[in-house]
Design a protein around this ligand. Structure first.
Ligand code: DX5
Ligand code: ZN
Length: 213
């Protein structure tokens, strides 16, 4: 299981130190939550802060857009060369076109599904995707309770992925901890995002390793 700590739960007063600690602690990706105050009722960080994160990060960035104007934000973050950019299917009228745009920058495209959105809704996009992110909370905030129906959804998605594009990864984001990690693994999940679980632990490295099962 790959682990992507979400810096939303980091201490922004000592962000450099926290980034260094998760990289040294053995994380696989750094999950960056970008919120616009429209698609979700919260705002986070923009390219200025993410640029300084990118400079000290020794692990690849995984940018999760929770915005209405996806194309604008993809253009804004492309020059920072994240490994992945993921956008919500619920906020995009032309997902196929946007996937091609993300790829044109040499970045891996991923699509995010909110808790109510079915995996079948993106079946015909799977062959163009590197990852699908299933939300296991309503997007907007860290520290929320895990919505357990994501387990069944991940199993359904896994079947579609095996049929359409076995290279596509499944990522789960929200409320992930050492209590639900095994169920997620058994459902075929490849990558988990963990914010409050990692940054709420005194030993980030220990928390990260407890999820890398
Ligand atoms: C929620 C974000 C998550 C969040 C996860 O909108 O997408 O990445 O930071 O935080 P936890 O792990 O605390 O649920
Ligand atoms: Zn996220």
């Amino acid at each position: 299981m790959l682990v992507a700590p979400s810096i939303l739960s980091a201490d922004f007063g000592k962000l450099n130190e926290d980034i260094k600690a998760i990289c040294d602690g053995g994380c696989d990706l750094i999950h960056v939550d970008v919120m616009d105050g429209h698609f979700v009722p919260n705002m986070t960080i923009g390219p200025v802060v993410v640029n300084s994160v990118a400079k000290i990060a020794t692990k690849p960035l995984d940018v999760h857009l929770m915005v209405e104007n996806n194309t604008f934000f993809v253009e804004l973050f492309a020059s920072l060369k994240p490994e992945y950019i993921s956008f919500h299917i619920e906020s995009e009228k032309h997902p196929h076109r946007l996937i091609q745009k993300i790829k044109s920058y040499g970045i891996k495209p991923a699509i995010v599904l909110n808790p109510h959105t079915t995996p079948e809704s993106i079946e015909y996009l799977l062959e163009d995707l590197d990852m699908v992110l299933l939300m296991s909370v309503n997007p907007g905030f860290g520290g929320q309770k895990f919505i357990s129906s994501v387990i069944e959804k991940a199993s359904k998605l896994k079947k579609l992925i095996d049929k359409r594009n076995p290279n596509c990864l499944i990522q789960v984001d929200g409320g992930v901890n050492d209590k639900n990690i095994e169920q997620l693994k058994n459902a075929g999940v490849d990558v988990v995002v963990a914010g409050s679980y990692v940054f709420g632990n005194e030993d980030y490295s220990k928390a990260i390793k407890s999820l890398q099962i």
